[in-house]
Design a protein around this ligand. Sequence first.
Ligand SMILES: [Zn+2]
Length: 380
Amino acid sequence: MSAAAALLLLGLLPAAQANAAATTLALQPAPPPPPGARARALGQPTYLYINFDGAVLRTGCGNDAHRNCSTLADLFAGYVGPYTGDVTQRLGILQAVTKDLAEFGVRVVTRRPPPDTDYAMVLYGDLGPQTFAGIAPYVDCGDLWPSDTSFASPYDSSNLGSTVILQEAAHTWGLEHVDAPFDNLHPFKTASVQDFTDECHPIVANTDLETIGGACNQIHELFCDPGYQNSYRELLHLFGPSVPDLVAPTLEILSPEDGAAFVLPATFNLQAEIDDDLYPQIYTVTLTDHGQLLAERSDAVVDFQLKDPPPGDYDMVVRIADKSGNIAEDRVRFTVHPEGTQLPDPPEEDPQGCQLAAPSRRPAELAFVLLLLLRPRRRP
Ligand SMILES: [Zn+2]
């Protein structure tokens, strides 16, 4: 779908053109949760999970994000295909969504949170031929169902994609459409940069901007006159202010191996794996050798190409800092030898290494030997 066509389709097409079922579904209030269902405590933080990986949808279990359940499954023939955009596009969408939620206790992630966590999931992928840009199963007044599934079409523009994601997630948090071109809850994408605005806007039914009373007035009227909604205040009320990121990432250099030797000419990459509860994000990445800064960049990955570095001993440290200043680092030492150097042959493999499967060995012992063989050499 082109961006121009999408301008009209953020929420839903006018009822005359749109799938009538979809129109109705998007504007219905959520049914009350069953008695005894665990309620969300007001002001407690939550997660928004942007699922780029697609899913086989389940039915008969409401809209539970943990199990990929959706009452809209039939609209998508039970399946949402993965988003085909590259890492840069995913990161752009993630950053745009994160930016609009920065003031609220909502963590935006692209990996599924642990099972005991509440999260709204927006499936961002191939929805098949549709007349809408995004759809939510209902308006969940007060977020009484804390883990809902909704859907967004896979736009490559981060501005467009993020607005669709935010609007569908917001429906599952109890926000309705408003006539406000600067607000994320405007029923179609506008030329403006849209955000959750701290103003009371008139609630509307559809893209014709027909005003209606609203379905979630118990919440709306905490902040506005009847028939109006303040998306900013409601999100703050539901999830509280933003929560500092206190969890440091971890970093492990994967290559080169510690103690490696190269003979010129030699081009190789220094690559490290980052793990983080808020991965991916943009880190400040620095590379030093013997304490001297060689490079500093902002990136979501650690990958430096070293092309014919001068001969010598290297002692490199990679350090990453996340947006909140949490730090991780790892170190690798290696040697670059002048062209023509003959390196000694690598030591013979321990011949016992070939007998690992011998039945006489006990499993625990086997595992230990395997570990010794597999473990990369590290500094003491
Ligand atoms: Zn909508």
